[in-house]
Design a protein around this ligand. Sequence first.
Ligand code: 0RA
Length: 307
Amino acid sequence: MSAESQTYDASKLSQLKGLEAVRKKPGMYIGGTDERALHHCVSEVLDNSVDEHLAGHCDHIEVTIHVDGSISIRDDGRGIPVDVNQDSGLPGVELVLTTLHSGGKYGQGGYKFSGGTHGVGAKCVNAVSEWFEVEVTRDGQVHHMEFERGKTMKKLEVIGKAKGSGTFITFKPDPEIFRETVEYKPEIITQRLRELAFLNSGLEITFLDERKASGEREKFFYKDGIEEFVKQLNKSKTPIHPKPISFRKESSVETADKKVEIHVDVVLQYNDSYNDQVLCYTNTIHNPDGGAHLTGFRSAMTSRTSC
Ligand code: 0RA
């Protein structure tokens, strides 16, 4: 056995052990086995595409529910790397999709901006999928790989040529894991897509449910992002000024071991009612209970020195 195939076998073994953990304790990795967790899987994959947008490399995402109950997410980002990693002997895409704690270049570290509450990404979705397919377009070639319940079934191969770049992931949730339901609800998905489009101005997200007759793609695109969101929230009310007030600030904070980038966006519009409606998000995740950001905002709004 060559040294290369030895390291390959060794890494493959730890990979399987890793993803087996996800199947044994789905609660720990994807937040359960119910309908919410089922839909959370879509968000986990979507977050990677949104990260590509935030890094300035992607402006279209396409989500499609298929008649067989599988779902696909296509983006025009850089494409998951396909070059072979020296330590493991595995292509980047296989590492990204099968290794639980792969830090470093293609792991979780330093890459994620947006983020699911579990932050474990596509590999956990791979683990809880009956099958999972990925197509990566990069450097003029289309690369393809297949998995079943997290195990590699078809190694990476080039299946064609194409211009541009991007990642196309399709998976079918495993009924052995999601015992309650494996049926995607379009309204749960479109709510998240709308929210992501509002929070990421300039990102176009489209959605198609092939189980329905209409065959029309729904489009979510908000040039003015959260400003449009606030306007829409006030549509059924009586705003007392037509243009929402917007401000943003970016700064970075040094902690003991790392530098943290903080970007804050605030949009507000008064209406004639006495009740306020406040919606907070951190890294595209809704915070229904607020947090330090909301506390800071409220105290700044009501303190006399800030006027
Ligand atoms: C790791 C590294 C890079 C991109 C990605 C992963 C990536 C993952 C997903 C999942 C869905 N869409 C995606 N797009 C990109 C960086 C690539 C580079 O440096 O060229």
